[in-house]
Design a protein around this ligand. Sequence first.
Ligand SMILES: Nc1ncnc2c1ncn2[C@@H]1O[C@H](COP(=O)(O)OP(=O)(O)O)[C@@H](O)[C@H]1O
Ligand SMILES: [Mg+2]
Length: 212
Amino acid sequence: MWEKERVLSDNCTVEINEMTRAKRVKKILPLHRGLEEVKNLKALNGIRGIPRLMDYQVGDGIMHLFIQYAEGVPLNQSQQPFDALFLDGLKVLSAMHERHILHRDICPRHLLVDETDSISFIDFGSATAHEAQDSIVGTIAYAAPEALFEPEKYNETSDIFAYVKTFYRCYESRLKSFKPDHLNVLAKALALNQADRYDTAEALHSAFVRCL
Ligand SMILES: Nc1ncnc2c1ncn2[C@@H]1O[C@H](COP(=O)(O)OP(=O)(O)O)[C@@H](O)[C@H]1O
Ligand SMILES: [Mg+2]
């Protein structure tokens, strides 16, 4: 039996299993959004760093999703060193893109860091399978320019942009201690023009590792 442990937000609560003490998140969404998120989580099932979909129930116009609980705090509250965390998250992002899913709302509150310094991506409610989309989604402070002005051009480089911008902002006070080579790598990922960025999370990972 699962019982409510605490409220996370308007539509999310943590539930705990009385017997196993396992935790899950119950997320309530309008049916159409729930269906999207279920589809995306199913496509991503088994990737380390992405909480797994445990169950879902369709009600009257709404959907209940039961998602594995990811331990940890949002990236902006984490005190972990940059390099290992940044590279770990790029592996997750790369695996997500290999399955042709774009997250579309990478921001500090959607990257959770646990005590073992592993990173989890949450909230696949804005994510889409690869095909073009014409609506604006995301969190403006972290979004690539095309995400705001030309959403049909959103692609992997746009997710990578938001990921790097998120880290950049969360580590702003420590950037002075970064190697210039590393700052150049980050700057390329943040290029205004999509064509000037790294094509893949893997390419960014390799470029960053080369300068370690
Ligand atoms: N799987 C999860 N593990 C831990 N916390 C989660 C999980 N899913 C959501 N949360 C928490 O609940 C908040 C809201 O969840 P989210 O999926 O972002 O919903 P919304 O679509 O309403 O933004 C998140 O910012 C996070 O704090
Ligand atoms: Mg969210």
